[in-house]
Design a protein around this ligand. Structure first.
Ligand SMILES: NC(=O)c1ccc[n+]([C@@H]2O[C@H](COP(=O)([O-])OP(=O)(O)OC[C@H]3O[C@@H](n4cnc5c(N)ncnc54)[C@H](O)[C@@H]3O)[C@@H](O)[C@H]2O)c1
Length: 441
């Protein structure tokens, strides 16, 4: 069987760990990486240091996308750079009738959702959005319980997501902290959570109303040890007075948690040019929120009660899905960084009238609750023939969660409910000029 040819747009930490390593180590019989594209040449060198087998691979800058496709004969484009860079590569790939695998969020705003949906409509290529959270075994089991009709027609969902002080703070050190780059965390992060709900209940979000704010980070953060912009953890003179820094480090040594999901070695000085991934979480340039509570209305009657907070003592979520015949409940507390005993995650099923059933799910190893290795199998080997339901997300699913995330932050700003389809209009008609895809990390 001929190997498929892949190029990577955005040689990010995620691209290295999620795609390049498994393509070289697990799926090498099925795929070949034929080119890399990034705006920062240091990222190519960083990648070659990590994966010497790729040294000498053709490398391209953003304005050489067409040239890359022509010269490499690529068949599939993996889009894994900073979020605001996704839209142009996705749209151009679809125009060229290529298949695309995009990291989440698909794009950062409604105007770019529209561009992608229009391009997908006329393309012979297919866009897959890599919603790895869908693949965590607990999450697929929840999908199956809903599909089996155990809770009847879904009427309401409660989802409260908690990011701990390590993970939550990480977004405020990096490009993610500016809305132009990430769409804000109701897009960048909540895209996962909203997509899970959309997929579990098989309904489409219509409208969102939300409150939110910046409570922990930014210059006014209560734990800011000094009001002074432009610090970096690596060189900060007041870092030993910073509770977020000292949670993991000592006065003599900067350390990271053992399960450091940011892969700090990939972010050492020299890994990027002119950009550092350890900017101060108390900088005044931060223009996004760290706390949201939202209500979302769906097309077939369900309502979602969603909240997310980016600076909490532990990481996890609480979920309940209510239906006309019963209720599903689960609670995750991530064990690796918690300072407390963490119970095993199970799913409780409560029929409307009757006892409780506890469902134990076979765990899987790997990132994001075991979801990362499983989604890769579908992406590189094709959909699992043994699975009887849709799990791979396309452009519409990618758009539904981005639009909802944008509706959430716009509702926070305006104090009014925001209709999700309105955001597919040009940004000026939808009442904002923020967002867009022309920034650079
Ligand atoms: N699914 C998940 O669980 C998951 C986890 C982590 C990250 N991600 C996603 O992966 C992507 C990368 O995130 P990261 O934290 O690894 O990023 P990163 O900061 O490590 O890398 C961002 C990359 O984008 C590059 N870039 C900037 N402008 C560019 C342009 N115009 N064209 C091409 N490349 C450009 C930068 O030079 C850098 O190499 C993001 O979309 C993020 O949301 C997904």
């Amino acid at each position: 069987m001929a190997k498929k040819k892949y190029v990577i747009c955005g040689v990010s930490t995620r691209a290295n760990g999620m795609f390049i390593r498994p393509m070289l180590e697990t799926f090498q019989a099925h795929c070949e990486i034929v080119g890399l594209l990034d705006s920062d040449a240091s990222r190519f060198q960083n990648c070659f240091r990590k994966f010497p087998a790729l040294a000498g691979l053709p490398c391209y800058l953003p304005d050489q996308f067409d040239q890359m496709i022509r010269e490499t004969g690529a068949e599939v484009v993996i889009v894994a750079g900073a979020d605001h860079t996704h839209a142009d590569y996705i749209v151009r790939s679809l125009e060229l009738h290529l298949d695309v695998i995009s990291e989440k969020p698909m794009v950062t705003n409604g105007a770019d959702c529209k561009r992608v949906l229009d391009a997908q409509e006329t393309s012979r290529g297919t866009l897959y959005v890599a919603f790895n959270y869908r693949y965590a075994p607990i999450h697929t089991r929840i999908k199956e319980l809903v599909l089996e009709g155990r809770i009847g027609r879904v009427t309401s969902v409660d989802l409260n997501w908690y990011l701990d002080t390590y993970h939550g703070a990480s977004y405020f050190k990096r490009w993610n902290r500016n809305r132009n780059n990430s769409g804000g965390l109701s897009v960048h992060k909540s895209t996962h959570h909203i997509d899970l709900v959309n997929w579990w209940i098989n309904q489409t979000p219509l409208e969102a109303f939300a409150y939110g704010g910046l409570n922990y980070f930014g210059a006014e953060g209560e734990l800011n040890p000094a009001k002074e912009d432009g610090r970096f953890c690596g060189t900060c003179r007041v870092k030993t007075s910073c509770a977020y820094f000292m949670r993991w480090s000592t006065r003599s040594k900067e350390t990271v948690p053992e399960d450091d999901h940011l892969n700090a070695t990939d972010m050492k000085p020299g890994s990027y040019s002119g950009y550092r991934a350890d900017a101060c979480i108390f900088d005044s340039e931060i223009d996004i929120e760290d706390t949201y509570a939202a209500v979302i209305k769906y097309d077939r009657g369900a309502v979602l009660n969603y909240s997310v907070n980016f600076s909490l003592p532990y990481e996890g979520y609480r979920l309940a899905i209510n239906g006309t015949k019963g209720r599903i409940e689960t609670k995750e507390m991530m064990s690796s960084r918690a300072a407390y005993h963490v119970p095993e995650q199970t799913i409780d099923y409560f029929p409307l009238f009757g006892g409780k059933e506890t469902v134990y799910v076979v765990p899987r190893k790997g990132g994001h609750g075991g979801g990362d290795p499983l989604i890769l199998e579908d992406l590189f080997l094709g959909p699992d023939p043994l699975r009887s339901y849709d799990i791979m997300a396309g452009a519409q699913a990618g758009a539904n969660s981005v639009l909802t995330g944008e509706a959430i932050w716009k509702s926070v700003k305006s104090g009014k409910p925001v209709r999700i389809t309105d955001l597919l209009l040009a940004p000026e008609l939808a009442g904002t000029t923020e967002g867009g895809s022309d920034g650079r990390v």
